[in-house]
Design a protein around this ligand. Structure first.
Ligand code: ADP
Length: 197
């Protein structure tokens, strides 16, 4: 069992790297953003609620997000482990995740942050908006709002796990392969240490 948090600002490449980790290590990838977009696509009550926050660049309220995450984790009782992408985004979410994992005597093994500066993020997301059709991607003011929400509400989550000695930071620029090499440099020793125990 390995429990990873893939961390970093919007557009830092978490989804791209998560897909590669899933292929290599057979983990379950949970992206709260993808889950919300699925609900929006199906016009569910949850989707309509989430959309009202997401299109403004705000976070969906913790109670809603945590309940959705719990349901998703519970749907995979036999998983090898999880990659949490876009969650936790607040300290309350981090505490809820720790509680949830502790119910099955588990804990987070590592938080890995991808570092990308603001201008690079804005240009990546505007570029993505040409194909993603995401309502929150095409407008520079909304993108900058998301980055500020990340700075104010989400970066404390890095400190929260850093205080437990679990946070790592790597540069999120360069080729996808070179970033993945650095990620593996963190994940492989963790798995090796686990298989020794
Ligand atoms: P990005 O990281 O590129 O902004 P995501 O797909 O992770 O994209 O998230 C898009 C939006 O979905 C966020 O701006 C927020 O409104 C909502 N969202 C996703 N995850 C969470 C979360 N853990 N808590 C609250 N809101 C969330």
């Amino acid at each position: 069992m390995i429990q990873l948090i893939l961390f970093g600002p919007p557009g830092s490449g978490k989804g791209t790297q998560a897909a590669r980790l899933v292929d290599q290590f057979h983990l379950i990838h949970i992206s709260t953003g993808d889950l919300f977009r699925y609900e929006i696509g199906n016009d569910t009550e949850l989707g309509i609620l989430a959309k009202s926050y997401m299109t403004k660049g705000n976070l969906v309220p913790d109670s809603v997000t945590i309940a959705m995450l719990r349901k998703k984790v519970a749907a995979h009782p036999d998983a090898n482990g999880f990659i949490f992408d876009g969650f936790p985004r607040t300290i309350a979410q981090a505490e809820a995740l720790d509680t949830l994992l502790s119910e099955s005597d588990d804990t987070i093994d590592a938080l890995i942050a991808l570092e990308v500066d603001e201008d690079e993020i804005v240009s990546r997301i505007l570029n993505r908006s040409l194909t993603s059709k995401r309502a929150d991607d095409g407008n520079e003011a909304i993108i900058r709002k998301r980055i500020h929400v990340y700075r104010d509400e989400t970066t404390p989550v890095f400190e929260y796990y850093d205080a437990k000695g679990l946070s790592h930071s790597i540069k999120g620029t360069g080729t996808v392969d070179s970033i993945y090499d650095k990620l593996q440099g963190i994940v492989v020793p963790l798995l090796a240490a686990q298989s020794e125990n």
